[in-house]
Design a protein around this ligand. Sequence first.
Ligand SMILES: C[S@@+](CC[C@H](N)C(=O)[O-])C[C@H]1O[C@@H](n2cnc3c(N)ncnc32)[C@H](O)[C@@H]1O
Length: 212
Amino acid sequence: MRRSLTDYFTRAAESYERWALPQRESARRLVAFVRPYGLTLDLGCGTGFVSEAAVNALPVGLDRSEGMLRVYRRRFPLAVRGELEALPFKEKSFEFVLSNFSLHWGNWERGLKEALRVARRAVGVALPVEGSRTFSSFPFPKAEEVLRRFPGEHFLLELPIPFEGLELVRFFHYTGTSVYEGKKTPSVSELKRRLPTFKDAFFKVLYLKIEL
Ligand SMILES: C[S@@+](CC[C@H](N)C(=O)[O-])C[C@H]1O[C@@H](n2cnc3c(N)ncnc32)[C@H](O)[C@@H]1O
């Protein structure tokens, strides 16, 4: 299962940036909230939206998908293939650790623990949570549960997904929200049935900063 998710992101890497408009906006907001500088880990970096926004930082990307890392390395030379639940770094290796739209793909609890272990100053995450309006019924975590386990300065924001109809299907396809472990993408006939009534999609995003 895990392997197929990694393969999925590897195939989607080239198209990801064209479609992932809310993710890029979210990365910009996360960086404005946390204001990282110095050596900064971009956890689940994808093609590098956080690294791109973090102009005062020296970014290091980590991702499990070789395809995403290939695109990331075109702009940012420091990149490591790895799992966000078991980071290949020593305690306090980075000034900041930031993660945008990535922790929910894996075990967010273990990912956050690992982020806190390798950060010196602060960890910042942008995490889509339950209450998001996407037709894929992705099992987003509950904001209250994340905050109960990891309290910190935070706010919630609804980020619109600026696509409708077939474009919306493409958005979910190319950004990965239509696939997740343990559940298949909805069938084409199911999508056709649900699409005409599906409007105003958005992600409800939890922005969380934990200072150390
Ligand atoms: C939706 S993309 C977000 C990418 C990027 N952070 C952004 O802002 O656009 C999710 C990324 O998380 C990566 N990912 C998913 N599970 C992971 C894991 N367990 N360890 C490392 N990376 C993971 C995927 O390969 C993908 O690149």
